[in-house]
Design a protein around this ligand. Structure first.
Ligand SMILES: [Mg+2]
Ligand SMILES: [Zn+2]
Length: 185
C-alpha cells in the first residue's frame, strides 16, 4: 500500500480566493509545486481533496473546475510535480439545484472523499498525512483514519490556528509542512 499526502486545495496549494472559478485567478503558493515534487520523488502519492460548493451555488460549473485543475496540472508540471487524484465535493446541504443540493458524505468535515481516494489508489491511511488551511480538512482526515495532520497558516489557517487540536502541527505554508512531514516520515 502507498502512503499519500492529502492536500486541501484553496488556501493550501493555491492562494485563497472566494470561490475560485476562473483560471486567471489561480495562483500557486510560492514553493508549493517544488515541495510537491520533492514528496513525489520520495514515493508519496498526491491527492487533492477540495470542497467546491461554488458548483452548487452556481458560481462555476464542473467544466470550469476541470479547466482549473488542468491549469494547476500545467503549473505543477513546470516543477516536475503532478497530482495523482483530484477529489471534489460539488454539493451544498441547502443551496442550489436538486442534483447538488444534498447532505452528502463527501463535503468536509465528512471523510467521504478521503475514503474514496484510499480505495481507488490502495492507500494506507495510518502512514498518510493531511495538510490543510482549515480545521475541517484535518477533522475529515482524522475521521478517515489519517493520524498525521498539519495546518498551514496560508488561507484560513491564520484565523483557525488558535483552535488547533493538541498533537496537530502548525506550519507556515505548504513547503514548510511538506519539509516537516518528509523529515519525520
Ligand atoms: Mg482551504
Ligand atoms: Zn459532497
Amino acid at each position: 500500500m502507498a502512503r499519500a499526502l492529502f492536500l486541501d486545495r484553496d488556501g493550501t496549494i493555491n492562494r485563497e480566493v472566494d470561490y475560485l472559478a476562473r483560471v486567471k485567478d489561480l495562483e500557486l503558493i510560492p514553493g508549493a509545486a517544488e515541495a510537491i515534487a520533492l514528496a513525489q520523488a520520495a514515493g508519496w502519492k498526491i491527492v487533492v481533496i477540495t470542497n467546491q460548493s461554488g458548483i452548487a451555488r452556481g458560481l462555476l460549473t464542473e467544466a470550469d473546475l476541470q479547466d482549473l485543475h488542468d491549469a494547476m496540472d500545467i503549473a505543477l508540471a513546470k516543477a516536475g510535480a503532478s497530482v495523482d487524484l483530484y477529489k471534489f465535493c460539488p454539493h451544498h446541504p441547502e443551496v442550489g439545484p436538486i442534483a447538488y443540493r444534498q447532505v452528502c458524505d463527501c463535503r468536509k468535515p465528512k471523510p467521504g472523499m478521503y475514503l474514496e481516494a484510499m480505495a481507488e489508489l490502495d492507500l494506507d491511511a495510518a502512514t498518510s498525512w493531511c495538510v490543510g488551511d482549515s480545521l475541517r480538512d484535518l477533522s475529515a482526515a482524522r475521521a478517515a483514519g489519517v493520524p498525521g495532520c498539519v495546518l498551514v497558516e496560508t488561507g484560513k489557517g491564520s484565523q483557525q490556528k488558535k483552535d488547533l487540536t493538541e498533537g496537530d502541527h502548525l506550519a507556515a505554508d505548504l513547503p514548510a509542512a511538506i519539509a516537516w512531514i518528509l523529515d519525520r516520515a
